[in-house]
Design a protein around this ligand. Structure first.
Ligand SMILES: Nc1ncnc2c1ncn2[C@@H]1O[C@H](COP(=O)(O)OP(=O)(O)OP(=O)(O)O)[C@@H](O)[C@H]1O
Ligand SMILES: [Mg+2]
Length: 268
């Protein structure tokens, strides 16, 4: 999609913002979905220079609808991250740094390493991950998928029930340009699950596909928490081999913000 700016009478809006204004976001069960506003006519097929192609707007809509973005995060659709509802709470610079990194990452996609957000609960890790893929979908028409780590593990458990092979499952996830794995390490893993995760991470890395991770667990040598038990350490939860690979394929951003969820709950 073009990023040329369009002048209107009162303000300057981008073509992407104009596109967003044609859309209605709605909840479909647990996911956020999008469609054209009622009454808007859009041709799915474009005939141009003796060629037939699909309309880029329809491709973006389709990509959003298959991304499985949780309904709660439908608000993360500020076509540019830096003009959205981001409000920096607290004084910790790490939140601003994570935001700046995300803006640059999206702007330069796919040239910068994808982020790995590590941080305290409610700091905005999921919010930021969803904002990034939403922007990649609408601006760059990329195919993205959001996966909770827990759901990934239950998918892995289901592989044999569905008569699928491990390879078929991994290949399916490797078709997406950007995959978000949210809440990494949230559950304990068996040796077999650790090895499927290892194959998935390695295959995506080798096929130059980006994976964005988030976790509120600490990692060995990190600055975020004083670790009190092995249960809070990512290295032990997902295996040292996996964590080492993730460190190679991502840029680690430690976020130490206040819990955004508590923001409006605390009486001053
Ligand atoms: N800077 C922000 N601007 C606007 N909304 C925010 C911001 N940061 C977080 N939020 C909102 O606050 C809530 C908590 O944020 P989020 O779910 O991203 O936290 P998290 O870091 O992923 O936490 P957890 O570790 O528990 O998963 C969400 O509803 C999110 O949309
Ligand atoms: Mg989260």
């Amino acid at each position: 999609m073009e990023t040329r700016r369009v002048k209107t009478k009162a303000k300057v809006i981008t073509l992407e913002q104009e596109f967003l204004s044609l859309l209605d976001f709605y909840e479909d069960g647990e996911y956020s979905k999008v469609k054209f506003k009622s009454g808007y006519q859009n041709d799915n097929i474009i005939f141009e220079d003796n060629q037939v192609r699909f309309c880029p707007k329809n491709i973006a809509i389709n990509n959003y609808n298959i991304a499985k973005i949780p309904a709660r995060y439908s608000k993360c659709k500020n076509i540019t991250l830096d003009n959205g509802g981001w409000e920096i709470i607290g004084t910790d610079k790490s939140i601003q740094d994570a935001l700046n990194y995300s803006v640059e990452y999206t702007k330069n996609y796919p040239n910068n390493l994808p982020p790995f957000f590590v941080g305290t609960p409610g700091a905005g890790k999921t919010h930021l991950s969803v904002s990034i893929i939403t922007e990649l979908i609408f601006k760059h028409r990329k195919k993205c998928l959001f996966k909770q780590f827990r759901d990934l593990l239950s998918d892995i458990k289901d592989i044999y029930v569905k008569n699928e092979s491990e390879k078929q499952y991994v290949d399916k996830l490797c078709k997406f340009d950007v995959l978000v794995i949210d809440d990494l390490g949230a559950t304990r893993m068996s040796e077999w699950e650790t090895s499927v995760l290892d194959t998935l991470i390695a295959n995506r890395y080798n096929s130059k596909k980006h994976t964005i991770f988030s976790s509120n667990l600490a990692f060995l040598d990190g600055n975020l928490y004083k670790v009190t038990s092995k249960d809070q350490v990512l290295d032990y939860k997902i295996g040292e081999r996996n964590i080492s690979r993730i460190f190679e394929m991502c840029s680690v951003l430690e976020m130490k913000g206040k819990d955004y969820r508590k923001k409006n709950r605390i009486k001053k």
